[in-house]
Design a protein around this ligand. Sequence first.
Ligand code: UDX
Length: 441
Amino acid sequence: MSVIAKQCPDIQITLVDVNAARIAAWNDDNLDNIPVYEPGLAEIVGECRNRNLFFSTDIDKAIDEADMIFISVNTPTKNYGRGKGMAADLKYIELCARQIAHVAKNDKIVVEKSTLPVRTAAALKSILDNTGTGVNFHILSNPEFLAEGTAIKDLLEPDRVLIGGENKDAIQALVDIYARWVDRDKILTTNLWSSELSKLTANAFLAQRVSSINSISELCEKTGANVDEVAKAIGMDSRIGPKFLKASVGFGGSCFQKDILNLVYIARSYNLHKVADYWEQVIIMNDHQKHRFADNIIQTLFNTVNGKKIAILGWAFKKDTNDTRESASIYVADYLLNELANISVYDPKVPAEKVFIDLDNLNSRPSEENRTLVTVEKDPYLACKDAHAIAILTEWDEFKDYDWKRIKEHMMKPAFIFDGRKLLNRKEMEALGFIYYAIGE
Ligand code: UDX
């Protein structure tokens, strides 16, 4: 919405949320305090806020005044009842639809921006079409393909914009907004169901690439092949392409796992069990990658990490974001904590409290125990001091520039590095005397 506000100064955009603290943070005079860290975002909010971009808790007023309403609430994996652990929880979407139906006095275009299971628009339509107020609603699906850490660039120069819908005028109204800065041939229009399903499919394909290369990384470690070399060799085949072939400790983030689980759930609900099994394997491989990384640390440290300090560099699920949802770090740390390791965490953008909330949410042990076994440092050198091993779990650029000689001097010996992002240079690390393990080598 900030990028639309920037590109279309004549369109007034009001962002509303029930969470007053969050809205207050978006309105904070100090742009360092806005709730999302994303390169370039604070500058855009600074430029547009109170010009044509407003943050408010007055939801009814915003609905009443709007011609077009984007529903951008979260659709977490259900953690109760039918479809628990797999299906998307559509509670918030439905509440939005009901509030819009209740408040709207004139015709509106309602845009699904949240990632939704295919055919959600049918549910929205049924709520909105039965208000009895004579108001007409047109539903569009406009899934978002931005990736975190590169969100602004992805929005300014998207590979494509996808708009699904039934009503030509409604589709055109949204096309006209994006067409201000996106080439018309990159704006695709489809039917509602293709648009909804494309979003889940795009994320499933991307995640599948990561799981595929991660599966090969394990084979590389056994055979003497090097996964970076394999990735480069296959990526130069123009039919395969070079992107999303970086072996890692496992993908994280708010989308991949959730969307695949959702796809699997939908396939099962249509009794397509072979289809469901096929996609579920992407998640199984990803869980395996995180576990085997942690297992390797334990085995290498002479089969016990009990009482040993292990430093984790990076808690975010990727660099250039403060988002930690489904981050591999959470699961690797949890696994090591089950073995009674002492963990010290450093991440340039994630606050200590978030680390503890993430661990507490797993319910693996009492919260006090997490606070006894885990420390979160503001200084990476302190995090690594007296550690038996360092695990690099996010590819933050700054990790490359550390004084690794100084870090080694203050560690226990032998000093181990487990590089889950293949970020450091093996030769340099070995020359400094580290025992260096990297995924897929
Ligand atoms: C993803 C999709 O890319 C985006 O289009 C969609 O809108 C939302 O979901 P995001 O989750 O923000 O975006 O990040 P992405 O860059 O896709 O990375 C996801 C995870 O995969 C990260 O943990 C990342 O480190 C990992 N990854 C990615 C790899 O391990 N290897 C790769 O080669 C690429």
